[in-house]
Each structure stands twice: as structure tokens, then as C-alpha cells.
Write a protein that binds this ligand. Structure first.
Ligand SMILES: *Cc1c(COP(=O)(O)O)cnc(C)c1O
Length: 351
């Protein structure tokens, strides 16, 4: 059997399954419900032609890095662009984590931390969040003292709970950590607080960002990280040279220059409050307040609600069987129309 040849770490592996169910309302993957900005669409032919796809792409995505460095208030040398921030998590593990090194991350959180730590053959320490999904910084500090991890990951706002860890707590953790602290800010724009400025004070801090969420470019696969110049150099040693394709670099640059994003983020934040208010009128469900573009809800029978919603044409993310998330569904905030339809369906399902 070919599978006998697999590395031992991979044999024990359970694949990351992505379900692709066609639904009119896609509220499962934390994407925004908007297409490319008008100005980008108008210039698309020029953007694509100028991308010179007969040539290899710029290996360091320099134009993008310049634009992102202005956006973040750092130098271009502090940035690395990846094929989604997923690739950057993989690169961090590849560069720093040996078999049996320790990797620490919150539980529940974004499932790819576990996947890439497993591929690296790391010892994984999962730090559970409190019952209300708030962070307990002391738990992280105690685990850091005990295991001396190469990499500690914090996700804020945390996917799928929407909860955050304060900057003070992150600083407390940074002060105790000799390994790398990775702060995943995939949902930064919906929250507004960042620790990017701390890279000047803490050489072991890496901040992860993505254009997949607020910028609406999930299909282009563009993520970036912000860190100390030395850290970026170390990570460059394991990065594939042409990791971000020319078309993605060119469109991402154009979208970063458009100003519709601010309005879109405001729209989603406004819908988040609207949806929270509407959901609060429904009896018998538990809503977790969110700082991102999704809301986690606990039901009495999440599978039942999940399947009924699909019959209504609404796809949400089902965590009903996931440890720490039993009976929960995660709903991505949509347009006003989608949100109203969702609330209407939920009321009918639960009555
Ligand atoms: C969506 C998401 C990412 C992945 O983003 P890509 O750039 O699309 O790979 C990373 N971290 C968290 C917490 C996410 O929710």
C-alpha cells in the first residue's frame, strides 16, 4: 500500500475537510458578500495585461509589500507576502519547528494551527479558552514556562468564537516567551485593534494578516505577516520563490488602493450589531458576542438547525461535534437581505 510509505506523523492524520454544498446564501466561510470593487473591475484588462504572465512573478511581491507597509506603519522589510496566510503559518512551522518541538495554540481556534503543527511533527499543547471563550493569559504563560515552545499562536479576534485577547495580555505573554509569539489578526479590520506596532519592541513577535476576509480576496490567496527584519529573513529561507502569482499580486495592489473597503467594513460592523439585536429576540439560543464578521451560536440541537438552514438555502459552519464547541454553529455576517432571511428562517425552525 502506498499509504504505508507515508511519514509517521501523516499516517495519524485526519484531513481538513472542506464541505462544498451549493446554497444561495453562503454564510459559512467568513468571506464578505461583495465582489471586486467597481474601479478594479473597470481596469481589470489593463491590470491583467500589465501583469506579464509570461514572466515569473516578483518573488518578494515588492509593490504589494510597499503598499502594505504603509497600511501597517512599518517598513517593507518587515513584511512577507504569502499564498494566503495559511501558507505563512506553514512557512513559520517549516522554518522553526523541529519534530517534537512544542507548539502552543488556543482551543477552540482556527483548525489550520493544528494541521500545520501536526505536519511538522510538533508536540501540540492546546490551551482551552474560558467557558465564555475569553482568553486566560496566565494559562498560556504557565504552559510557556512548562514547555518552552518554539511557537505560541494567539488568534484575535479568535475564529470561530469572535473573542479577543487584550494588548496588555499579549505583552504579558511576549515578556515570558523566548520562542516566537504569532498573533493571527485575520479579522483585524472588523475589530480595529492591533499589536503590529509591538514588532519594534519584541523581536519574537509575528503578526499574521490576510486579504481574504475584510478585503474580500479569498479566491486570490494573498496573506502577509509583519515581523522583525531578522525574522522575515529567517522565514525567507524556506519560502517558495514564486509563492504569490502575478495576477493575485496585481489585483491585490489595485484593491488595496481603492477606498471602498472602509465602507464595506463599516457595513459589516453595522450588520453585526443589527444581526445581534435580531438574534437576541430568539428564545432558547446562546449568542457569543463577536468582534469579527461572524457570530457563534449555541443551540439545543445544532445538527437539526444546520440541516434545516440548508433546506432554506443557507449554508453556515457546523461545529456541533467539535470539542469545546458542542452544539454550535458559526454564521458569517451577510448583506441585510441575507441576515433578515437568516433570522426569519431561524425563527421558523426553532418555533
Ligand atoms: C481565514 C483565516 C485565515 C486564513 O486566511 P487565508 O489568508 O485565506 O489563508 C487565517 N487565520 C484565521 C484565524 C482565519 O480565520
Amino acid at each position: 500500500m502506498i499509504s504505508d510509505l507515508l511519514r509517521e506523523e501523516i499516517k495519524r492524520f485526519k484531513n481538513y475537510e472542506v464541505y462544498n454544498i451549493e446554497c444561495k446564501y453562503k454564510m459559512d466561510a467568513n468571506e464578505i458578500p461583495f465582489k471586486l470593487p467597481e474601479t478594479t473591475i473597470e481596469n481589470l484588462q489593463e491590470i491583467v495585461c500589465n501583469a506579464n504572465v509570461n514572466r515569473y512573478p516578483d518573488p518578494v511581491s515588492m509593490k504589494l509589500k510597499k503598499r502594505l507597509s504603509e497600511y501597517c506603519g512599518v517598513l517593507p522589510e518587515n513584511i512577507m507576502v504569502g499564498n494566503g496566510s495559511d501558507e505563512l503559518i506553514h512557512i513559520i512551522m517549516n522554518a522553526f519547528v523541529d519534530v517534537n518541538d512544542y507548539v502552543i495554540y488556543p482551543m477552540p481556534s482556527f483548525s489550520m494551527y493544528k494541521v500545520y503543527a501536526q505536519i511538522a511533527g510538533a508536540n501540540r499543547i492546546e490551551i482551552s479558552l474560558n467557558d465564555d471563550y475569553s482568553y486566560d493569559a496566565d494559562k498560556f504563560i504557565n504552559a510557556i514556562k512548562k514547555y518552552n515552545p518554539k511557537v505560541t499562536i494567539l488568534c484575535t479576534p479568535n475564529n470561530p468564537t469572535g473573542t479577543v485577547i487584550s494588548k496588555e495580555d499579549i505583552i504579558k505573554i511576549l515578556k515570558h516567551n523566548h520562542g516566537l509569539t504569532v498573533v493571527d489578526e485575520a479579522y483585524y479590520e472588523f475589530y480595529g485593534e492591533t499589536v503590529v506596532d509591538l514588532i519594534k519592541d519584541y523581536e519574537n513577535l509575528i503578526v499574521l494578516r490576510t486579504l481574504s476576509k475584510a478585503y474580500g480576496l479569498a479566491g486570490l490567496r494573498v496573506g502577509y505577516l509583519v515581523a522583525n527584519v531578522e525574522t522575515v529573513k529567517c522565514l525567507s529561507m524556506v519560502k517558495s520563490p514564486y509563492n504569490v502569482n502575478s495576477i493575485s499580486q496585481a489585483i491585490a495592489l489595485n484593491v488595496l488602493e481603492s477606498d471602498v473597503i472602509k465602507n464595506r467594513v463599516e457595513y459589516i460592523k453595522n450588520e453585526r450589531q443589527y444581526l445581534l439585536n435580531e438574534l437576541n429576540t430568539i428564545q432558547g439560543i446562546k449568542i457569543y458576542p463577536s468582534n469579527a464578521n461572524f457570530i457563534l451560536i449555541k443551540f439545543n440541537n445544532a445538527d437539526y438547525v444546520y440541516n434545516k438552514l440548508i433546506k432554506c438555502g443557507i449554508l453556515v459552519r457546523n461545529f456541533s461535534k467539535d470539542p469545546g464547541l458542542y452544539e454550535t454553529l458559526r454564521i458569517t455576517i451577510g448583506t441585510r437581505e441575507a441576515n433578515n432571511y437568516l433570522v426569519k428562517c431561524l425563527k421558523e425552525i426553532l418555533q
